[in-house]
Write a protein that binds this ligand. Structure first.
Ligand SMILES: CC(C)(COP(=O)(O)OP(=O)(O)OC[C@H]1O[C@@H](n2cnc3c(N)ncnc32)[C@H](O)[C@@H]1OP(=O)(O)O)[C@@H](O)C(=O)NCCC(=O)NCCS
Length: 324
């Protein structure tokens, strides 16, 4: 079977920057509390014209250009999202059409914050098995539409954005085998507060926003995910000292720090900290963080990065990739 790699990444950050000062009044909080507990200073909220579809197209156009791949050469488009509010058809088909990639195969996956790393694993396996030559993987969220601005546990965390990556064949291994899994016994930790059925039987219908059991999620992510990250390194047959970067899902800066400590990352490993300015964008957070590190020169093409993403389900995935 052939090897695979990420050929290019692209992102879209919504125009509106929202500082903590805009959030705190409705949740009886402070800028200091939010920064200390989560590391978030500002986040981006999408406007009406910045949709899951349009943000995905914008991010993908950059990824295609950087990869040097035309839309015509994309065989499959995978969109990881939980915030496209039309359950069917898949938004991936619309994005594929907008990009000029029709008749590429196109489908959505629902793996929440783990979605991008799930998509990357699927894409890599498709290319390895020659089911496809080039696969476009998109992680995109407009979480502001499904977040209650008065909920103390989520209003300051969630945000909007899109990231895309083109996966294609390679001479050298560029995407390691994935370590992934789920734990449905913790299904209630992060979920919509109600189903659409419930909404329509209410006297005063209320939007089915996301609910997060903050502290249990925090403890699970901080302790269990470091073990998954270690397994991914083992599967890739590299030690932490051979890593150039650690790019975890941007859930909370303290979760990132706890995992870095547990992995005993040397100072030479650059750590993604995109959450400070971008908030938690679920499926979009890993490619957004990777792209910022490339932009800022914290990583360069050819570097090796450990990716790990985790969230609702609970679902998780980790792999080692070569930076495009
Ligand atoms: C949400 C989160 C930042 C809260 O931090 P925490 O250290 O777990 O805080 P706790 O929930 O234990 O609450 C600690 C105190 O802060 C208070 N508090 C909770 N939310 C608050 C807020 N938004 N502003 C101010 N105070 C708040 C609590 O009332 C509690 O007060 P008390 O000590 O007087 O009882 C943290 O749990 C987290 O990030 N979890 C992961 C969430 C996430 O990213 N989910 C997405 C999927 S990965």
């Amino acid at each position: 079977m052939r090897h695979t790699r990420i050929r290019g990444v692209g992102t879209y950050r919504p125009r509106r920057v929202v500082p903590n000062s805009e959030i705190v009044g409705r949740i009886d909080s402070t800028d200091e509390w939010i920064q200390t507990r989560s590391g978030i200073k500002t986040r981006r909220f999408a406007g009406d014209d910045e949709t899951v579809q349009s943000m995905s197209v914008a991010a993908s156009q950059v990824a295609l250009e950087r990869a040097g791949v035309s839309a015509y050469d994309i065989d499959c488009v995978i969109v990881a999202t939980v915030s496209h509010l039309m359950q069917t058809p898949a938004v991936a088909t619309l994005i594929t059409e907008d990009l000029g990639a029709t008749p590429a195969a196109a489908f959505d996956i629902s793996a929440a914050c783990a979605g991008f790393c799930y998509g990357l694993a699927l894409a890599s396996d498709m290319v390895r098995c020659e089911t496809a030559t080039n696969v476009l993987v998109i992680g995109v969220e407009k979480l502001s539409e499904i977040t209650d601005p008065e909920d103390r546990g989520t209003a300051f965390i969630f945000a909007d954005g899109a990231g895309a990556a083109v996966v294609g064949p390679s001479q050298q291994p560029g995407i390691s085998p994935v370590v992934w899994g789920s734990d449905g016994s913790k299904y209630d930790y992060i979920r919509q507060i109600k189903s659409w059925d419930d909404v329509f039987t209410e006297d005063k219908p209320q939007w089915p926003n996301l609910h997060v059991a903050g502290n249990p999620v925090f403890r699970w992510a901080s302790f269990e995910m470091a073990k998954v990250a270690k397994q991914a390194l083992d599967l890739a047959e590299i030690g932490v000292e051979e890593l150039d970067a650690f790019i975890p899902h941007q859930a909370n800066m303290r979760i990132t720090d706890a995992m870095a400590r547990s992995l005993k990352l040397p100072d030479t490993v650059a750590i993604a900290r995109d959450i400070a300015d971008q908030g938690n964008t679920s499926a979009a957070s890993v490619p957004l963080a990777m792209d910022r590190m490339l932009d800022e020169g914290a990583i360069k093409s050819g570097d090796r990065a450990l990716l790990i993403a985790f969230g609702a389900g609970l679902a998780y995935a980790a792999q080692v990739v070569t930076i495009p």
